[in-house]
Design a protein around this ligand. Structure first.
Ligand SMILES: NC(=O)c1ccc[n+]([C@@H]2O[C@H](COP(=O)([O-])OP(=O)(O)OC[C@H]3O[C@@H](n4cnc5c(N)ncnc54)[C@H](O)[C@@H]3O)[C@@H](O)[C@H]2O)c1
Length: 282
C-alpha cells in the first residue's frame, strides 16, 4: 500500500488509539475515528463517528470508503463471558464482515499476548514465535484467539489481508519487572500500526506488539517481516524500577510472571475490566 491511506480506526477514544492517532496523522494518513464513547478530544482533521461496532448498519456507513480498518475497540481485560462474546467476538466478526461488504482489502486487528498467555516464559536467550499456538489465559484471551481465527477465515475465504497484532504491555513506561520483557512503548505502537498499513500484501499474519527490549522474550521476527523497526528498550527504566521495588512488592516478578507469558492473567484473580460508566460514578 502507498502512503496517505484512509484509515477507519475503532476504539478511537481508548488509550492505545490516543498513542497512535497523532503519529498516523503525521505520517499522512486520514482517519475516521469510531467509538461508542465521546470523541471530542481528537484533532480537528479527524472525522468522528460515535457508534457501537455491534451496530452493523452504522458500522458499515462509518467504514465505507476506507482503504483499511484498524480495529482496536474491545474489552481489554477479563469480563463476564456474555460481554466478551458480544463486543470482542461478535464485534470483530462485524468488522471483518463490514470490510468484506465494503470491499476494504486490509484489516489490522488488536490481538493480545493473552491469546497465548499460558505459553511458558522461555529460558533466557530464547524467544516465543509470533505464531505460537493460542493458549488463552482468560475469557478475554480466548476472545483474542477467536479474533485471530476470524481473521484467518476472512483472509483464506475472502482474500482480505489481515494483520493481527499480539500486543503485549502498552504503557507510557514499564510499570514492573515483567514489562522489562513485554513493554510496547507508545512510539513503537505507532511504528507497528504504520508498518501494518504499509507492508505490501501481507496476507494473514500474527505479529508480536512489543518494543526492542534487551530482556525481551517475544520474537522480533514477525515484526521485522512487516518492516516494523522498534526503537525503544524498557532497560532504560530498569534501575528506577529496581529502586522502587525495594518498597513496592508489586514491581518484582510474581510466580505467575516467572512461569507464563500472560503473567497475572493466568492466576485465579486476573485483572478485571471496570465499565467506563461505573468508573465515572466512583
Ligand atoms: N493496552 C494494552 O496493553 C493492550 C494489550 C493487549 C491488547 N490490547 C488491545 O488493544 C485494544 C485497545 O486497548 P486499549 O488499552 O486502548 O483499551 P481502552 O479500553 O482504552 O480502549 C478501548 C476502546 O474501545 C471502545 N469500545 C468498547 N466497546 C465498543 C463498542 N461496542 N463499540 C465501539 N467502541 C467500543 C471503548 O469505548 C474504548 O474507547 C483492545 O482491543 C485491547 O484488547 C491492549
Amino acid at each position: 500500500m502507498t502512503g496517505g491511506l484512509r484509515v477507519a480506526l475503532t476504539g478511537a477514544a481508548g488509550s492505545l488509539a490516543a498513542d497512535v492517532i497523532p503519529g498516523l496523522l503525521e505520517r499522512g494518513h486520514r482517519i475516521t475515528a469510531i467509538d461508542e464513547r465521546p470523541l471530542s478530544a481528537l484533532p480537528e482533521e479527524v472525522r468522528t463517528v460515535e457508534c457501537s461496532i455491534t451496530d452493523r448498519e452504522e458500522l458499515a456507513a462509518a467504514v465505507a470508503s476506507s482503504d483499511v480498518i484498524v480495529h482496536l475497540a474491545g474489552i481489554p481485560l477479563e469480563a463476564p463471558w456474555q460481554d466478551i462474546l458480544a463486543v470482542n467476538v461478535d464485534g470483530t466478526q462485524a468488522i471483518l464482515e463490514a470490510a468484506r461488504i465494503e470491499g476494504i482489502s486490509r484489516v489490522v486487528l488488536a490481538s493480545s499476548i493473552h491469546a497465548a498467555g499460558f505459553v511458558p516464559v522461555p529460558p533466557e536467550g530464547e524467544f516465543v514465535p509470533d505464531d505460537v499456538a493460542a493458549r488463552p489465559d482468560t475469557f478475554y484471551g480466548a476472545s483474542k484467539a477467536m479474533l485471530e481465527s476470524l481473521g484467518a477465515l476472512y483472509n483464506d475465504r475472502h482474500g482480505i489481508d489481515v494483520v493481527c497484532l499480539r500486543i503485549a504491555s502498552r504503557f507510557p513506561r514499564p510499570m514492573d519487572e515483567r514489562m522489562l520483557s513485554t513493554w510496547l512503548s507508545p512510539d513503537d505502537a505507532t511504528r507497528l500500526v504504520h508498518a501494518s498499513l504499509m507492508i505490501s500484501r501481507p496476507g494473514y499474519r500474527l505479529v508480536w506488539g512489543v518494543s526492542a527490549n534487551s530482556a525481551g522474550y517475544l520474537s522480533p521476527r514477525g515484526g521485522r517481516a512487516i518492516g516494523y523497526e522498534p526503537q525503544d528498550d524498557a532497560a532504560v527504566y530498569a534501575s528506577a524500577l529496581a529502586e522502587r521495588s525495594a518498597h513496592d512488592q508489586t514491581i518484582g516478578l510474581s510466580e505467575w510472571e516467572r512461569r507464563f507469558i500472560g503473567g497475572e492473567f493466568c492466576s485465579a484473580e486476573p485483572p478485571r475490566f471496570i465499565p467506563f460508566a461505573e468508573r465515572e460514578q466512583s
